[in-house]
Design a protein around this ligand. Structure first.
Ligand code: GSH
Length: 338
């Protein structure tokens, strides 16, 4: 098996999601850090995002791909054994939904804490540039630190982090720590004794929130140290046997709290974003968790809502029925548009 070439850095949660997934799946990879891709003459993706994954097309030529969620579905089909998507189609759908929450909502907390508080800005500003340029001189490092911090702080508004939304984001982070703490205490992973792509997506944001950025890391240590320890373990599951998926009848009860949290925050955000986009507006204004929420419309997240619906529509009627039963009363059912 040829190793999969990918480009990424440790401070990119989606890079971490992909690497931990590949390690667990025993899929060999080669990680290119910094500008190592340039010397190899690798193709550029249409949108410059990390991780960038280089895969051969039908004629054997390498093509650059971004977006961890569809890439993982591709790897699930390309490689057999230790699959990370539940066999049960209804649970596979719920896995997709939780993965989307981690990738698209929990990342707001990650970006917010990193670029909102002084201690976090200083730490990320210092370490991030070194990850892609270990040999930087002190002058280069200083210049890069200022540039990165300035650029990222100026982008806080993109994920919806501002003085109005900060308290909603922070309260949701504290709640998810508690929810995951209780879930992990009862079972090793979201879907039982076997890690799913939703685990890797949650883990990815938590590598930063619980193990790098000082403000959210301190909160984790105080509220739910187990969640930090879990994050360390999910980092490398290559030595662990693949366990069993949770029984379908037990899943609804064990995931209830997590799904309610998704219904409380991510569902209204996705819906308001799609509605604002449909109305041709540039900014969405809504209420999330009882507080006002304002952020620029995010076209990619309108697609996320569409993909959730496509995944749901691709299920047969009996599985759709089971999904509806699991989502009933969590507010996630509002995401499913007839
Ligand atoms: N949906 C994408 C998101 C990837 C993404 O946003 N990556 C971030 C780094 S974690 C990025 O490259 N941002 C652009 C930048 O930093 O310039 C995925 O799942 O892979």
């Amino acid at each position: 098996m040829q190793p999969i070439k990918l480009k990424g850095v440790p401070g990119s949660p989606y890079t971490r999601k992909m690497l931990a997934y590949l390690r667990y799946r025993h899929i060999p990879y080669e990680l290119l850090i910094g500008n190592q891709d340039e010397a190899l003459g690798l193709p550029q993706p249409k949108v410059q995002l990390l991780p960038t994954v280089y895969l051969p097309n039908d004629t054997g030529e390498l093509e650059a791909h971004v977006d961890s969620t569809p890439l993982m579905r591709r790897f699930e089909h390309m490689h057999a054994g230790r699959e990370a998507i539940p066999d049960d189609p209804a649970l596979a759908f719920v896995n997709y939904l939780i993965e989307d929450y981690a990738d698209e909502w929990l990342t707001k907390a990650m970006f917010h804490y990193r670029w909102h508080y002084e201690a976090d800005i200083d730490m990320a500003g210092t370490v991030l540039p070194l990850w892609s340029a270990l040999q930087a001189s002190p002058e280069q490092h200083r210049a890069r630190k200022a540039l990165i911090a300035e650029r990222q702080i100026s982008r806080l508004y993109v994920v919806g982090s501002n003085n109005i939304t900060a308290s909603v984001i922070e309260a949701s982070y504290e709640r998810i720590l508690g929810i995951l703490d209780r879930l992990i205490a009862a079972q090793r992973f979201v879907f039982g004794a076997r890690p799913a792509t939703a685990d890797f997506a949650l883990y990815a944001q938590l590598t930063q929130l619980t193990r790098f950025d000082p403000t959210p890391s301190a909160l984790c240590l105080k509220i739910a140290p187990r969640v930090g320890a879990w994050t360390d373990i999910v980092d490398d599951l290559s030595g662990q046997p693949a366990g069993a998926w949770i029984c379908a009848q037990d899943a609804a009860a064990s995931l209830q709290e997590l799904l309610c949290e998704i219904g409380r925050t991510h569902a209204p955000a996705l819906l308001a974003n799609a509605q604002a986009m449909q109305a041709g507006e540039q900014t969405m204004h809504t209420t999330i968790d009882g507080a006002p929420w304002t952020q620029p419309v995010f076209p990619y997240q309108a697609k996320c809502l569409q993909w959730i619906n496509e995944a749901y529509q691709s299920l047969d009627a009996s599985h759709r029925q089971r999904v509806l039963q699991m989502l009933d009363g969590t507010n996630c059912e509002t995401l499913l548009i007839d």
